[in-house]
Write a protein that binds this ligand. Structure first.
Ligand SMILES: [Zn+2]
Length: 558
């Protein structure tokens, strides 16, 4: 065997380096090396306990892979107390809270209009739906978001070369993560098509027209929704036929005869309340990556995938239901397929993936009540919020001779400022008296006035959370929140979220790919920390309203 000549040694070394790239070894990454693609997965209404509750039923390639191959933050929380989809899908990408990005709810009352507007409603803009039937889907765009997103900053940072695409079943789930400079596509339930708004473009891209023409929702709805495994093995869940849950397409328990419901005239929106809605969205994710060529250019791109089926199933059946268990088991499989697609297409070390949620969710209050657990829902019929509002109306009428309440929205009470002026009332005094009265009502846990919220900085518990949700122009005169385990409406037919309590604010935060080491952290961290973490991996500036901190645990290992 001949020894290589001295001059051939560098060439051999080069060959060795090419043959055995240092991919996946975090410490060896160049300081300026960025992932080709960021994939942010937001599971709507995913509680972190689902991961462990259903652990024994999960496969190796989905949620378990994230938790064991990736870096799992077990104590991830929302700072905000208004835990709903709109503000929840902005936190990951803005690093801000509603007090800063201004998205104080899924909708909020606007004094000038004397009505509520939707979080993605672009009032007076003239924007229309694109690809929708009949070519109208309301005036939609990200115009109410007051700050930039990770995608916006990356777009500016790269001389407009980076692209961000947001997809979701929900318009707000697609629009807010896409930021001001990205593209957003969402589901139109009446037609089964994914559509957009003239805010973004005047025609659907060709790849999306092709995707819509496949009619996948209609195809998926030709199958029954039955438990993937024998239902007797779902021992982690309560019995299926019970008085606490709502229904999907008229059925309250397994099996769900989706083809029968379609034959009876249901629209493709039926898919929203089944696991197949998420299967559809992950199929769209692949089409978007391929159609847009995401992650193939000289600079990184971003794809936000907001999966909404967990939310729809949670609202109807709640955490602890057989339906939720089956859904998470199926979602786990869909995610496994998607991760293996990313493996094949890019190599996981070239993709930065995170998975989190937009909020958690509450156990059904009257299920808890029947187990002897405290709740502010006294019975199934009492509409707790209506009861509170009529008591407030009577109080204001009796005290000031006029019902001064204009509106109640997102746990905020809006007083009639013109009427107070007319009556010569001091607004601060009215707010103090209203707060005192409200604090005496059944099921009310706390209240703060606008003065409290502007003069004091709260640091702990629901007061701090409600302050993070309060915006001086978009929020009300008095903020009220209900006791834990309390539903603001009647106590029947499912559950919800939106409170400052831990079950609504605690969510999973998991990172995987791009050389991130396996590990877990018990440190309390916030969803708003995701944006500066991702921006650090992208070497791009933080979003303009960011108050998050980069998650150092694995940045240190980088
Ligand atoms: Zn929801």
């Amino acid at each position: 065997m001949m020894m290589p000549s001295p001059s051939a040694v560098p060439a051999l070394l080069l060959l060795l380096i090419l043959a055995f790239p240092l991919s996946g070894i975090a410490q060896d990454r160049a300081v300026d090396e960025t992932p080709d693609l960021v994939v942010g997965i937001i599971v709507d209404q995913m509680r972190p306990d689902y991961l462990f509750r259903y652990w024994d039923h999960l496969g190796e390639g989905g949620l378990k892979r994230l938790a064991t191959e990736g870096y799992l933050f077990r104590n991830g929380y929302f700072r905000q107390g208004q835990t709903s989809t709109g503000p929840g899908h902005a936190a990951q990408w803005t690093g801000a809270t509603p007090a800063i990005h201004g998205l104080v709810g899924n909708s909020w009352y606007v004094r000038e209009l004397d009505r509520s507007i939707n979080v993605i409603e672009a009032v007076g803009s003239g924007f229309r739906g694109v690809g929708s039937q009949p070519d109208y889907d309301g005036e939609k765009g990200p115009v109410n978001m007051l700050t930039t997103t990770v995608g916006d900053e990356l777009y500016l940072h790269t001389g407009h070369r980076s692209r961000t695409v947001g997809i979701s079943r929900k318009d707000r789930g697609a629009i807010l993560p896409a930021g001001h400079t990205g593209e957003a596509y969402w589901f139109e339930g009446s037609t089964g098509n994914f559509i957009t708004s003239t805010f973004y473009r005047d025609e659907l891209p060709e790849w999306l027209q092709t995707f819509n023409a496949r009619n996948l929702p209609q195809e998926y709805l030709t199958a029954m929704w039955e438990p993937l495994h024998p239902i007797e093995s779902y021992v982690e869940s309560r019995e299926d036929n019970n008085p606490y849950e709502g229904q999907t397409g008229g059925s309250t328990a397994f099996p769900f005869d989706l083809p029968g419901m379609m034959a009876d005239g249901a629209s493709p929106s039926l898919i929203n309340t089944t696991p197949f809605g998420d299967q559809l969205l992950l199929e769209l994710a692949r089409a978007a990556i391929e159609g847009e060529g995401l992650g193939r250019g000289p600079v990184p791109d971003i794809l936000s995938v907001a999966l909404s089926a967990t939310d729809a199933i949670g609202h109807r059946f709640g955490p602890g239901s057989k339906q939720m268990q089956d859904h998470i088991i199926r979602l786990d499989r869909y995610l496994a397929d998607f991760f293996s697609y990313l493996d094949t297409e890019f190599g996981i070390e070239n993709v930065l993936i995170f998975l989190t949620a937009d909020h958690g969710g509450a156990y059904i209050p009257h299920y808890l009540r029947d187990l002897g657990i405290a709740t502010g829902n006294p019975d199934n019929e009492t509409h707790v919020n209506n009861r509170m509002l009529s008591a407030i109306g009577e109080f204001l009428e009796g005290r000031y001779g006029r019902d001064l309440l204009l509106a109640s929205s997102n746990q905020n009470l809006f007083l009639d400022h013109a009427a107070m002026d007319e009556l010569g009332l001091d607004p601060e005094q009215v707010r103090i008296e209203l707060k005192r009265f409200v604090l005496g009502l059944d099921a009310v846990a706390g209240a703060l006035t606008a003065e409290n919220l502007t003069r004091t900085e709260y640091t702990l518990g629901p007061r701090a959370a409600m302050q993070h949700s309060w915006h001086q122009r978009r929020s009300g005169d008095v903020v009220v929140w209900l006791e834990p385990q309390t539903r603001s409406n009647t106590g029947t037919g499912g559950t919800g979220h939106g409170t400052p309590w831990v079950y609504d604010r605690h969510v999973p935060i998991i990172f995987m790919g791009h050389g991130i080491p396996a590990g877990q952290s018990m440190e309390p961290v916030y969803v708003s920390d995701i944006a500066p973490t991702v921006a650090t991996f992208l070497n791009s500036p933080f979003p303009s309203g960011n108050i998050g901190q980069p998650l150092n645990d694995f940045l240190r290992a980088r």
